[in-house]
Design a protein around this ligand. Sequence first.
Ligand SMILES: [Zn+2]
Length: 62
Amino acid sequence: MEQVDNEVARRVEQTLDAVDRALERLRHGSYRTCRVCGSPIDDDALARDPLRDSCDAHPELL
Ligand SMILES: [Zn+2]
């Protein structure tokens, strides 16, 4: 059980980090810009996953 709890805690922390980064990008006006290639991330993609920070060209990062 402890093992499972550790895994859950790790995933929750990763989610919190992603939220922090998304808020930071919103503040700096880079929320809709891909961090890898600088392309705009389309609104549909952000609606599906508001925490994503890269465009569809980098599926391995999602
Ligand atoms: Zn990109």
